[in-house]
Design a protein around this ligand. Structure first.
Ligand code: VG1
Ligand code: CO
Length: 553
């Protein structure tokens, strides 16, 4: 007997606070699990699509997530709602899984109208953890602000949502097609399209030979969705020994890990990469596998440096043999890549934080590589940051140059100078205090230009970063307070837009060091005067009530 799906129009009332942040709507699982919460957001999306993009009726959408707690339930709800809203076909990753870069690749390759990605990325998971949802448009990239703002506005007015009922959950464990009402649900292998794309970009023969020569690597997937992707490529296609990928099984609570690949949360990998017996190459990805951490033996690569080094060496990799059209970085990311762009004679763009701001530059062919200081790097092959892509880029460079990670970084510093860089996060700050701190800083800005705030730190420019998109002219203001000093040093303050509890103040510190003799000065020492200045200027300790930053990367 086949059960017939029944279209139900369900009354609902708006929830406050459904405005997407830096990367989608992120809240506690307990918030998302409330009856109607996810449904309202998804219906708002379907309601605004005709105005901001195209009607979802008769279209194909992509759906998947990082596998965190609530992913399975949410996928079934969204499938029922897609069917009720007239979507013709949904491509859903097996078991509801798709990494963020893979979702981007699938949207592009299959010509979908867009995709819904279920992830709170680097935020912790589990029943007490975070959940998230975001919409990506037809280019495979995060929806721009005009779309997310329209969705938010609609969440404040809607009074019903549409959903199919009367049928059991769709079986997502097997590949293939089934019907949900008039809609086709096509369960796809979550890895295939992405793995194929990687083979088009990188020198797989050279990387295979690198492993065959006995080099060793450790890839920590942090119990998140990156495991299957890394295993297929590294242990499968490249012949790396089984066990190269650790924590490779996607788990609903990430095995208790905080899936944020930085030296603090990837402490296990840091330890494994220390000492003479450590592997040659270490890497990690985050909850949705769009971030990357790159390590050599006893050596960590700063993400801003990583972007600059990939740009400087891009022509050594098949996919970028013809050179770069341009590069782009988020404002808080160090200026290391700007120096490379200058040497290459290509444009360097500076955008607000968040991958959505790179989409237009990539679509217009003005930028080839993009990156953020927050362990995010990618290129025009997708419209998201891509963890495994960055790892393979570094592997490809090691394989064709015969140099270690540390050698590659040191050679780069010797040629271009070092942009000494650190980010200090002050987490769990009361929202009112954080707002007060930023408001006080903004009020000070007009008085700062030209002032010498500490020895060697004369302000050249102090502003609240605003960005005009060079392609569509859209303007984004209030993107972070920045102080640029005559020496090239920078100090940037902004509040996180991805957290779910209190506020997080991010302080970004940067100083240029041309002298190779000083490239080994410990980073926090080299930045000590900027660290002190930041505290004095923004009264951080006093206003946050914290004795020091909670995370230093
Ligand atoms: C953080 C990072 C930002 C990144 C964003 C999403 O945002 O700073 O660079 O794009 O996370 O990354 P915020 O607003 O908290 O500083 V992911 O991997 O969480 O999607
Ligand atoms: Co992420």
């Amino acid at each position: 007997m086949t059960l017939k799906a029944v279209l139900t129009v369900q009354p609902t009332t708006p929830f406050a606070g459904q405005r997407p942040g830096t990367s989608g709507l992120r809240k506690k699982v307990t918030v998302f699990a409330q009856s109607g919460y996810l449904e309202n957001f998804v219906q708002a999306l379907f309601d605004v699509l005709p105005a901001v993009q195209a009607s979802p009726q008769g279209q194909t959408l992509v759906l998947g997530g990082d596998g965190r707690f609530h992913n399975r339930v949410a996928v079934q709800t969204i499938l029922r709602m897609a069917a009720a809203n007239g979507v013709a076909r949904v491509l859903v990753g097996q078991d509801g899984l798709l990494s963020t870069p893979a979702a981007s690749a699938v949207i592009r390759k299959r010509g979908a109208l867009g995709g819904i990605i279920l992830s709170a990325s680097h935020n912790p998971g589990g029943p007490d953890g975070d959940f998230g949802i975001k919409y990506n448009i037809a280019n495979g990239g995060p929806a721009p602000e005009k779309v997310t703002e329209a969705i938010f506005a609609r969440t404040q007015t809607l009074s019903t949502y549409k959903i199919m009922s009367g049928t059991p959950d769709v079986d997502l464990s097997r590949l293939g097609e089934s019907w949900l009402g008039e809609m086709v649900v096509q369960v796809i292998d979550p890895v295939d399209d992405h793995a194929e794309l990687m083979q088009q970009l990188f020198d797989f023969d050279a990387m295979r030979a690198w492993f065959q020569a006995g080099h060793r690597m450790r890839y920590d997937a942090m119990g998140a969705v990156g495991g299957p992707y890394a295993r297929r490529v590294l242990e499968g296609l490249l012949g790396a020994p089984v066990g190269t990928v650790v924590n490779g099984e996607p788990l609903e609570d990430f095995g208790g890990h905080h899936p944020d690949p930085n030296p603090v949360h990837a402490a296990e990998l840091m330890a494994a990469m220390s000492g003479a017996a450590a592997p040659d190459f270490g890497a990690a990805s985050d909850g949705d596998a769009d971030r990357n951490m790159i390590l050599g033996r006893d050596f960590a690569v700063t993400p801003s440096d990583s972007l600059a080094i990939l740009a400087a060496n891009a022509t050594l990799v098949p996919g970028y043999r013809a050179g770069l059209a341009g590069v782009a970085r988020s404002m808080p990311t160090s200026q290391a890549v700007d120096v490379v762009a200058k040497a290459l004679g290509v444009a360097a763009f500076e955008t607000p934080t968040g991958w959505k701001f790179f989409g237009n530059l990539l679509d217009a062919g003005q930028a080839t590589l993009c990156g953020e200081e927050s362990y995010g790097t990618s290129s025009n092959h997708v419209r998201e940051k891509d963890g495994l892509w960055a790892v393979l880029f570094w592997l490809n460079l090691q394989a064709v140059t015969g140099k270690s990670v540390e050698d590659l970084v040191r050679a780069h510093w010797a040629r271009f100078g070092r942009h000494v860089y650190s980010r200090h996060d002050w987490e769990g700050v009361a929202v009112a205090k954080a707002d007060q701190l930023m408001a006080a800083l903004r009020a000070k800005l007009p008085s700062l230009a030209g002032q010498t705030l500490a020895p060697g730190l004369t302000v050249r420019l102090a502003d609240d970063f605003a960005y005009t998109d060079p392609i569509d002219g859209s303007v984004s203001t209030g993107q972070g307070v920045r102080l640029l000093f005559e020496s090239g040093a920078r100090l940037v303050f902004r509040l996180s837009g991805t957290g779910t509890e209190g506020a997080t103040l991010r302080v970004y510190l940067e100083r240029f060091e041309p002298d190779p003799a000083r490239h080994d000065v410990p980073v926090q020492d080299a930045l000590a005067d900027l660290i002190t200045l930041a505290d004095v200027l923004a009264d951080i300790r006093h206003l946050t009530g914290l004795p020091g930053p909670t995370v230093v990367t």
